[in-house]
Design a protein around this ligand. Structure first.
Ligand code: 1PR
Length: 523
């Protein structure tokens, strides 16, 4: 009767499919969840958003009998859309913690991107596609980039060319989408690609495309003295007004601002719960509500940070960092960001040289994949006369220090910049990459809120030291600061807060400027 507006969703419970649900609702469809293999066979149209690791997904599908039902459904050429891992699982096998057998419907092996040729892994961000054949899901509308986030990919070959509808180039050509009859699957995330029409994205025909540089809006969130959750903004991390009342600076409401920045063209939105280091974040229900409400209308990736660590509450109940992260993912986050806890983990790792696998960083990246784990670094510049004065990696400064110092190292801090630790940003970045971080959010306390530009010396140092993407943060005050950071460093994204909150420069103007300077961005 009403089946015209129903989509059947295969959610095997391994992670966040909230954004897919929201996108389906946004398009005016009802969702029916698959509970048994029969539900798959009875579906009119089936969406399969793969999440988590290949092996554990196959495990669940095999155990529940869903693997068999899926094969039947697809072999019968029934309407199907697989997303991300939902594409990869259709192939014969994957090298992810493997080899592991897949559903075996499409010839080919899913392998890892090769980062040795200068392309950062995971592949995170917006890329345009090259069309191999017509496919209705790729039809129509604008000159859009689509959002990818993955470390593994399937490659086009003679054996699978009848399936391939588009490819994307990231150091090598890989399969971006497949289509045969009614069966579709995409490696990218239509639900995160900012489109109104979910799967309708128009690839740039034949035009060469690089991974677009991302512009990220950041919302530092905390409860003010009245108990309201507000967006605040610090000056070198000091978020209180310099008045008698000394109140927390209030720049607006988190959900509204996130929605605004999405409309303005932000490629991602980050929420940082800046008092998470002392308050238990799951006690902070408003934060979870902010994520839930934001993800209903914002179809670009959302990151949340602050307070991701193990915690024991006043009643002695223990919460693991994995539970905290899971709650964030369930509420609509695509990535979580770890600050203080990653510093302690890296210190321990550098001391012992042993990966114990127990830290929040390692556990969350094992379960949700490293593309879901960002490490946020809050370094402060420490000037020195000579590199030999310290055991940490120094940079030769473009602009000497206050006493003519020619060098500096960047000291990591915890607890919102309140405590300096015996580890540098360089040492930390390399350690967390080894431990499973998928991305680095690189702040700089000296530059935060100053509007004088990013710390190019620092960003160059870190983005050259690691092969995961680096997000440059702190100090943006004009559109030129964005082009400068992309021209002078290997940053993959630039994040800003104050410039957007104070409505000095909207996100669109930043992107128009970058485009004019010949830097590829998603428009
Ligand atoms: O340590 O895991 O609980 O995480 C705490 C998180 O909160 C960290 O990501 C840390 O960076 C952040 N944080 C803690 N205290 C503050 C503060 O401001 N008092 N904010 C804080 C960090 C820095 C940037 C800021 C940029 C751009 N804010 O996110 O948005 O510097 O600002 P600008 O464009 O205005 O210069 P844990």
């Amino acid at each position: 009767s009403n089946s015209g507006s129903v989509v059947t969703l295969l959610d095997y419970g391994a992670g966040n499919v909230r954004s897919v649900r929201n996108a389906i609702h946004h398009l005016g469809y009802e969702i029916e969840d698959v509970r048994t293999p029969k539900d798959i066979l009875n579906a009119d149209r089936l969406i399969f958003p793969g999440v988590g690791a290949f092996a554990s997904a196959m495990d669940i599908l095999a155990k529940t009998g869903m693997a068999e039902a899926l094969c039947t459904y697809i072999k019968d050429d029934r309407p199907f859309l697989g997303i991300c891992l939902g594409l990869q699982l259709l192939f014969e096998s994957s090298e992810e913690n493997g080899p592991v057998n897949g559903l075996g419907l499409i010839p080919g092996v899913v392998g890892r991107f090769n980062s040795s040729n200068g392309f950062r892994v995971p592949h995170i961000g917006w890329n345009a596609l090259q069309i191999a054949k017509d496919s209705e899901i790729l039809d129509d509308i604008g000159d859009h980039h689509v959002y990818f986030v993955h470390s593994y990919r399937a490659m086009p070959s003679d054996d699978n060319k009848e399936w391939v509808s588009s490819t994307c180039n990231y150091g090598e050509d890989f399969i971006a989408s497949i289509k045969r009859g009614n069966v579709h699957a995409v490696q990218f995330h239509p639900e995160k690609s900012g489109g109104k029409k979910f799967v309708l994205v128009k690839p740039t025909h034949g035009k060469a495309s690089k991974l677009a540089k991302r512009v990220i809006a950041c919302l530092d969130v905390r409860t003010n003295d009245k108990g309201d959750l507000v967006v605040t903004k610090g000056d070198q991390y000091d978020v209180r007004e310099h008045t008698k009342e000394n109140e927390v600076r209030n720049l607006g409401k988190p959900v509204e601002l996130a929605g605004q920045y999405y409309k303005d063209g932000a490629d991602e939105v980050s929420f940082l719960n800046i008092t998470g280091f002392r308050d238990f974040p799951l006690g902070d229900l408003p934060m979870l509500q902010v994520l839930r409400r934001t993800s209903e209308n914002v179809f670009v990736p959302l990151t949340v940070g602050g307070g991701i660590r193990d915690f024991t509450d006043a009643n002695g109940r223990h919460y693991s960092s994995l539970e905290v992260a899971s709650e964030y993912f369930r509420s609509g986050a695509d990535k979580i960001s770890i600050g203080s806890d990653a510093v302690y983990t890296a210190e321990e790792y550098l001391k012992t040289k042993v990966k114990k696998g127990k830290s929040s960083l390692e556990q969350i990246s094992r379960v949700y994949g490293n593309q879901a784990v960002v490490v946020s670094i809050d370094p402060r510049r420490v000037y020195v006369k000579s590199p030999n004065d310290v055991q940490f990696k120094t940079v030769r400064l473009t602009k000497p220090g206050p006493n003519g110092e020619e060098y500096a190292w960047y000291q990591c801090t915890v607890s919102g910049g309140r405590e300096g630790r015996p580890i540098g940003a360089y040492e930390l970045a390399k350690a967390v990459e080894e431990l499973g971080a998928g991305e680095i959010l690189l702040n700089c306390i000296d530059c935060d809120g100053q509007g004088k530009g990013f710390d190019i010396d620092l960003i160059k140092l870190i983005s050259d030291a690691v092969s995961i993407p680096v997000i440059a943060s702190s100090g943006a005050g004009a559109v030129e600061h964005f082009s400068e950071v992309f021209m002078k460093t290997n940053a993959s994204a630039a994040l800003a807060a104050g410039i957007f909150h104070r409505k000095e420069v909207p996100v669109q103007s930043v992107k128009e400027h970058l485009l004019k300077e010949g830097i590829e961005v998603r428009i």
